[in-house]
Design a protein around this ligand. Sequence first.
Ligand code: SAM
Length: 221
Amino acid sequence: MPHDISWDEYNAHQHGRAPRQLLLEALALRRPDVDEALADVPGGAHDVVPAPPVGAPVAVDLGCGEGIEVEVLLAAGWHVHAVDGEPAALARLVARVDPAVRDRLHVQHRAFGEVGDLPAADLVHSSYALPYCPPEDFDALWRRVRGALRPGGMLVVQLFGVRDGAAGTSGMTFHTLAQVQGLLAGLDLLHWREEDEPGTSFTGPKHWHVFHVVARRPAVG
Ligand SMILES: C[S@@+](CC[C@H](N)C(=O)[O-])C[C@H]1O[C@@H](n2cnc3c(N)ncnc32)[C@H](O)[C@@H]1O
């Protein structure tokens, strides 16, 4: 992390904040799919308890930090594979989750450059984390991300642009618009916002250049 703040300090301060809006929007977008699937079920979509048709859905959270979004997914019935390079936050997450859902959480303490194959997933979420993957490791990590997405699976991610205030920081990865478009090739774009404006960060004022993306692998192909 830039400045003198450790990831542990950053993550510990996240506890109690609201879940990331982009994930909540993505989960809301997923509902029409469930309704479509249930439309073929005798009784129709509206009088059926919305259980997933084939097993419980699987999510990956890369750079989950304190795990605020992991808890949202667990509460919604997902199996979650949560990865982070900072062990203390993962330990707090495991200690915090309801024992009743603990068997649906799998945590992995791993640097982005050491992440191997990810489980096949209906959702890959990564909020404000992938830019902290070193440039030399990014392409391999992105191949893992794309490879994990099941047909119909959603990708919910923030990537940093080249005008971000942190651009040029050693060990971080920044993308041009064209590069982000390339990374998303073959996916259906469900939500797109390019933020390019001054704001504040955990450590003070900062110019944010962020691509906020929700995309989906086509169900067929
Ligand atoms: C800005 S925080 C975002 C955390 C969480 N997703 C959120 O939205 O609050 C970035 C996270 O990435 C993790 N991280 C940073 N560099 C990493 C690396 N090289 N490998 C694995 N995790 C890393 C940090 O430990 C931290 O939890």
